[in-house]
Design a protein around this ligand. Structure first.
Ligand SMILES: *[C@@H]1O[C@H](CO)[C@@H](O)[C@H](O)[C@H]1NC(C)=O
Ligand SMILES: *[C@@H]1O[C@H](CO)[C@@H](O)[C@H](O)[C@H]1NC(C)=O
Ligand SMILES: *[C@@H]1O[C@H](CO)[C@@H](O)[C@H](O)[C@H]1NC(C)=O
Ligand SMILES: *[C@@H]1O[C@H](CO)[C@@H](O)[C@H](O)[C@H]1NC(C)=O
Ligand SMILES: *[C@@H]1O[C@H](CO)[C@@H](O)[C@H](O)[C@H]1NC(C)=O
Ligand SMILES: *[C@@H]1O[C@H](CO)[C@@H](O)[C@H](O)[C@H]1NC(C)=O
Ligand SMILES: *[C@@H]1O[C@H](CO)[C@@H](O)[C@H](O)[C@H]1NC(C)=O
Ligand SMILES: *[C@@H]1O[C@H](CO)[C@@H](O)[C@H](O)[C@H]1NC(C)=O
Ligand SMILES: *[C@@H]1O[C@H](CO)[C@@H](O)[C@H](O)[C@H]1NC(C)=O
Length: 410
């Protein structure tokens, strides 16, 4: 059975020249602000709440994650689905028949400040000679593909942007800048029987709760790490084991979700604390990406879901029951503990902003690795994907925020 990741072991994707539509920008007026504190000078192009800043701009005091979605068909989307050579069939909602395209036109507007306008050249210059690795599950891959699509239009020469698949690792190279931006498949962070990048749809999840070395050796030397791990933990029953898969010396079927999540994050953070070069590596941890599997949460009939949704939720502070606050707090405190130990780590707190986007999921408009049954076809709610995100879409905003950190906060 094919998993979420495409069923090819080694793929070379060459980019191609695409229309520089991002460069066609109507700069209407230039206003110069002098901000309080030590925040420096902000030059605003009167451009729908996006700004190009001078180098020393600081976002001190602004919470990127508190804001609202604004419909903006002038500056969005930031790229076109069909023109991105790194797009995969899991996120190409337009290609798979989605007719309402409004989901591509929402811009995130923090309450207290504007996000800087994404500039792929500036990002690649900042990352020159560096290796960035996204580590996690298919939502992390969604995040990574979004970043490649955002960067794509800024690299004109196709041979200068190449992605290659090596088992659990997919490497993207921007050769002019000697930058690698990789994705590493590791859905539970610790070693597990779900680690095969292609065939990982196992019914009984078994993890070696104290083992991470095999994976960590693949990314520990990176300059920047972006982790995520959430949805795979929602399974009610998972088996924890010590020793090896072949010769376990101790096994527990631990039923408390939060306990096993804590244990895995402890293994993960102990490893980072011991092995990471603090002076070299910058870390981000992406907070849980919410799903929209339970329509009852936002006033639909129970049993309905994101299928047929075309508008975001506009109620400020909306929170779905599928977003486990215990796991969220566990991850947050793991991040805070590492920060106290002197690691450069930041929580990308994207949960709330993503909660609003019940319209942002592929639903039935994606490639289905398992052909839907007659029953499902008659009732599409049953096979709608309400977990991943269409691209262009929500993960682009996660990357705009990541960009703001990389460009102005590192
Ligand atoms: C978000 O910003 C609004 C307006 O500035 C403020 O009233 C609210 O308390 C903030 N919410 C959080 C969770 O910080
Ligand atoms: C953008 O949206 C506005 C308001 O919905 C609409 O009037 C306008 O025609 C749209 N423009 C484009 C280029 O789609
Ligand atoms: C993007 O950033 C580069 C490097 O900082 C700069 O030279 C260029 O003018 C920027 N482009 C836009 C459209 O802002
Ligand atoms: C290219 O980047 C890698 C890190 O990804 C670094 O080890 C290497 O020294 C860089 N090469 C050059 C020529 O700077
Ligand atoms: C989980 O384990 C419990 C107790 O062993 C069992 O009753 C239940 O059916 C299991 N749930 C699933 C989804 O396998
Ligand atoms: C089981 O084996 C692992 C690895 O060999 C070891 O770290 C752990 O302490 C052992 N646990 C028990 C209960 O013997
Ligand atoms: C980590 O943070 C410290 C303190 O803010 C800073 O001095 C150092 O340069 C940072 N290191 C990296 C790799 O970002
Ligand atoms: C989906 O939306 C269409 C158009 O609004 C409507 O005709 C159809 O009944 C809806 N289907 C479901 C299952 O809600
Ligand atoms: C992350 O956002 C949530 C609201 O979505 C808030 O409750 C929490 O305090 C935030 N965490 C951090 C570390 O800012």
């Amino acid at each position: 059975m094919k998993g979420i990741v495409e069923g090819v072991q080694k793929v070379k994707v060459h980019g191609y020249h695409s229309v520089g539509f991002m460069l066609v920008m109507g700069v209407i007026m230039v206003v110069v602000y002098l901000c309080g504190d030590d925040s420096g000078i902000l030059i605003r192009f009167g451009f729908n709440g996006e700004t190009e800043m001078v180098e020393d701009y600081s976002f001190e005091g602004c919470d990127f994650f508190n804001g609202s979605w604004v419909y903006d068909n002038k500056s969005r989307p930031l790229y076109k689905e069909r023109q991105c050579p790194f797009m995969t069939d899991d996120y190409s909602c337009e290609k798979y028949g989605r007719k309402d395209l409004k989901y591509q036109f929402w811009r995130w507007q923090p309450h207290g400040c504007d996000l800087p306008r994404f500039n792929g050249t500036a990002l690649l210059e900042k990352l020159r000679n560096k290796r960035v690795v996204f580590v996690g599950d298919s939502v992390g891959k969604n995040h990574w593909v979004s970043l490649l699509c955002l960067i794509d239009t800024w690299i004109v020469e196709p041979s200068h942007k190449v992605a290659e698949w090596h088992g659990s690792l997919i490497t993207f190279r921007a050769s002019e800048y000697n930058v690698s931006i990789d994705f590493y498949w590791e859905p539970l962070l610790v070693e597990s029987n779900c680690d095969d990048p292609v065939n990982h749809r196992v019914r009984d999840r078994i993890m070696k709760i104290e083992s991470i070395e095999k994976h960590a050796n693949q990314w520990i030397n990176a300059d920047m790490l972006i982790f995520d791990s959430y949805s795979w933990w929602l399974e009610p029953n998972m088996t924890l084991l010590w020793g090896s898969f072949e010769n376990p010396n101790k096994t527990i079927v631990e039923s408390r979700r939060v306990t096993r999540y804590e244990m895995a994050l402890k293994t993960w953070s102990d490893w980072l604390d011991t092995h990471l070069d603090r002076k070299k590596t910058r870390i981000f941890f992406t907070s849980l990406s919410p799903d929209h599997k339970e329509g009852g949460d936002w006033g639909k009939t129970m049993g309905e879901n994101c299928y047929n949704e075309t508008e975001p939720i506009m109620e400020e502070g909306y929170w779905g029951k599928g977003s486990d606050t215990d796991l969220m707090r566990t991850a947050q405190s793991a991040v805070q503990d590492l920060e106290k130990k002197g690691l450069n780590i930041t929580l990308l707190n994207i949960t709330q902003l993503s909660q609003y986007r019940k319209d942002g999921h592929p639903s039935i408009n994606k490639r289905h690795w398992v052909t839907p049954t007659k029953l499902e076809l008659a009732n599409p709610v049953l096979y709608a994907d309400c977990l991943h995100w269409c691209l262009p879409g929500v993960p682009d905003v996660w990357n705009e925020i990541l960009y703001a950190y990389i460009r102005y906060k590192i």
